[in-house]
Design a binder for this molecule. Sequence first.
Ligand code: PNS
Length: 160
Amino acid sequence: MRRALCPGSFDPVTNGHLDIIDRAANLYDEVVVAIFVNQSKSSLFEVDERREMLAEVTAGYPNVTIDTFEGLVVDYCRVHDIPVIVKGLRAVSDFDYELQMAQMNRGLAGVDTLFMPTNPEYSFLASSLVKEIAKWGGDVALLVPPIVLKRLTERTSSAG
Ligand code: PNS
């Protein structure tokens, strides 16, 4: 059984994340998408909301499950017996930090990282930009799945 982990904040999940999850689900028998619970970082969506959105948009993948974790990603991998982390690389600017984390994670626990080049269509895409654009009423319909768009619109219009 080949298992992989797709970790992230997913605040909220974007089409770029989904592209990576889709490709990971084609490569591995089982893919766990794990939301990192970071108490020190403010988020637009609660962890439960992020989890609901991820569950809805991955409902068509029988080999994808959603979970949350707090602490080190390698500890999650160890407990759940997952040998590899899958990460999307959007541009060279992602590489420095991602390489550092990948090397650290391998050194800490022997967990490998597989880098996937992001679909060029999404190379500029980030949850932070989506939130910023939605907050000011910009159109993000092509950047996130429809159910995320609905929640974003509700959340940003209720924020006043
Ligand atoms: O979507 P993000 O915020 O870019 O995801 C980053 C994430 C959550 C994958 C990364 O920060 C992470 O793995 N955090 C868990 C804590 C950890 O293990 N830190 C040490 C990494 S060497």
